[in-house]
Design a protein around this ligand. Structure first.
Ligand SMILES: Nc1ncnc2c1ncn2[C@@H]1O[C@H](COP(=O)(O)OP(=O)(O)OP(=O)(O)O)[C@@H](O)[C@H]1O
Length: 263
């Protein structure tokens, strides 16, 4: 059989529309979305509240079904990709099980996937360290701050080795210093693992710092207004944010957001 893994896109949307039927009438959350994300890319979705960023991520994750058009994930339908455990999902809210410890929450997908006990422990310790929660493994979610809970939920999505990581504003609730650090760590992790990351954010610097591709969206109805292929090198110290190249891309994102808003 021909191996299509190297050539097929991680995420491909074609003429995708999604209309929600609500008590107040139809809401077009996504309109004519066409997008290809290659394997190993870091794509950010940025746009004002209500432009359909979360809905698009939910379509990728088979949590919403398009009204028309298509979405493929690793060459499969989103539903088949979900069954193949093609992605880990980090939600806006941490969504940890209150009756499990932090370690128990992070370990859960590994238990479900049948990893050997020793590897579960090793991976859990490693990802908790990565999100600066070493030593909190035996605590319960309610014993941690909201930001720490969110870091635990990131650790959970990182623990099991899906090729695609879907992240819906994972750092939105964190203070800026922690967020900078997690941005650096996420980029390092992306570099090491070659995962495809789809990341929703409201922050222009975050989108520009992290991404190989920035998808600018505009609301009512949610459309893609610009797709920027980043010319920044893969190696990105935080200081890159002060360079003219970085500022130029940030400017283009801002223009795209304003144009979408005016429309
Ligand atoms: N289940 C639903 N039923 C009806 N309308 C919905 C549903 N989910 C989302 N919408 C609407 O679809 C549009 C897009 O919502 P979505 O949550 O995807 O936006 P967003 O860009 O992620 O916003 P935010 O940045 O605030 O999270 C909004 O107008 C929202 O009210």
């Amino acid at each position: 059989m021909k191996d299509t893994r190297a050539t097929e896109a991680a995420i491909a949307a074609a003429d995708l529309n999604l209309v929600f039927q609500t008590g107040d009438g139809a809401v077009q959350a996504l309109k004519d979305v066409n997008l290809t994300v290659g394997r190993g890319e870091f794509v950010s979705f940025i746009g004002p509240s209500g432009c359909g960023k979360t809905t698009l991520l939910r379509v990728i994750a088979a949590l919403e079904t398009p009204t028309s058009g298509s979405m493929s994930v690793n060459g499969m339908t989103p539903d088949a990709a979900r069954r193949a455990r093609a992605y880990g999902y980090v939600f806006q809210a941490a969504g940890l099980y209150p009756w499990r410890t932090i370690g128990g929450n992070v370990r859960l997908p590994l238990e479900i996937m049948g990893y050997p006990k020793a590897e579960q422990a090793e991976r859990t310790a490693r990802v908790l360290e990565l999100v600066d929660l070493a030593g909190f493994e035996k605590k319960y979610p309610w014993q941690l701050s909201g930001g720490m809970q969110q870091r635990a939920s990131i650790a959970r999505a990182l623990a099991f080795d899906a090729d695609i990581l879907l992240m819906d504003e994972p750092f939105g609730a964190l203070d800026e210093i922690v967020r900078d650090r997690l941005n650096e760590e996420l980029l390092a992790l992306w570099g090491r693992t070659g995962k495809t990351i789809a990341f929703v954010t409201h922050s222009i610097p975050e989108a520009v710092y992290l991404s190989t591709k920035i998808v600018v969206m505009s609301p009512r109805p949610g459309r893609i207004s610009d797709v920027i292929e980043s010319p920044l090198p893969a190696e990105r110290p935080l200081e890159i944010r002060d360079t003219p190249e970085f500022i130029e891309i940030a400017h283009r994102v801002r223009e795209g957001l304003h144009a979408g808003h005016a429309a």
